[in-house]
Design a protein around this ligand. Sequence first.
Ligand SMILES: Cc1ncc(COP(=O)(O)O)c(C=O)c1O
Length: 432
Amino acid sequence: MFLSVCFSAQTRGFMDMINWQRLLAQRTVGMRASEIRDAFQLAERPDIISFAGGFPAPESFPVTELRQVMQRLMESEADVALQYGPTEGIYELRCLIAERMSREGILTKPEHVIITNGSQQALDLLFKILINPGEPVVYELPAYIGGINAAVNYEAKPVGVRQDEQGLDVGALEQYLAKQREQGAPLPKVLYIVPNFHNPTGVTLSLSRRERLVALARDYDFTIIEDNPYGDLRLEGTSLPHLKTFDTDGRVFYLGSFSKICIPGVRLGWLVADPVIIQKVCIAKQGSDLCTNSLGQKLVCEFAKSGLLDQHIGTLKSIYKRKRDLALAALTEYLPKEVRWTQPQGGFFIWITLPAHLDAKQLLPGLVAKEKTAYVPGGAFFVDGSGKNTIRLAFSQVSEDDMAEGIKRLGRYLDRMLHSVRPTRAEAFRSA
Ligand SMILES: Cc1ncc(COP(=O)(O)O)c(C=O)c1O
């Protein structure tokens, strides 16, 4: 594609054409805007009940508490909060995170922690230091789009391995790895996974698969990015050990985030890894933004130190449990019997599978226009182009009052579509 920019003839006196194809780096060719951004825009329309954005519940933001913490900060620690800070992050916050991680079974020292601008930046920096153009990175089918795009930006080649209701199918992964080895084909250096309350499916990786996955990483010498922004939002059942707790040689990189347990506006995440990786990421980060914002770090640090973070997580769990229960009850009541969905034990998402002949992307404009309701079509989360008959439903941001009504509208619309769009013989066979 030839990219050009035309400047106004009045301003420049002539038509000036820039050949961006020549000027832009080759790697920008593969860069893609996130396909779900369009769906997010719907979330901002007040007339739409939107299950699209995977955003925290706005009513949950701890505004009063944060205002008080900010006031105290400005009175006593403005010199640190308003200044540049170390690239690795403010030491006090690194200590606090190391302590939390150690409590969760990952023995962590502050030297193992780097604070980033959201866990998204940690993803970008990890792929920056790990990936050479054309190298395979393994993703679940489906996978978080931000995790896919972060590697594609460095010209990685995404490879998909299927997921079921117990998370990544580790047996299928082993088959893929064995085949690559047998054929002398390139083996992946990185596998990206969201083990708890997955984005987009809501499923959680089983205990036995966790252990087996880390053992496979050792056998086939690849690293694992364990991305866990939803882990603290368990709404029922017992927590499972992090993948990193099975890691004996430092090949699992753990990512955490304050976006879902505090506020996303603060843009704070963290990486736990061996000092050699922290050091490389730190150098990469210096070229990116010098340091993470000090004001946000001090704010979250004080919030956590005064016990408000744990208290807030408790409040969040009750908010999201109510929302999830409302959503699941409404799905049972209103969705046609041909449609299936997951039962998440935490997090923000429910994953819906339609009969194979329905294309969720094609159905969406009709749902918005006729029923004023929106979701994210699931196909965007599959690196192999499959999953057209799937939907991600985020229950986190929808108000309790709108939950049943939105799902009722979705059910009504899907029912109509099921009876008006006919499957081909092959599709009918696949759905059976
Ligand atoms: C699985 C997953 N990883 C990472 C992120 C990025 O989060 P952050 O706000 O910490 O950058 C998100 C955001 O929704 C996510 O769902």
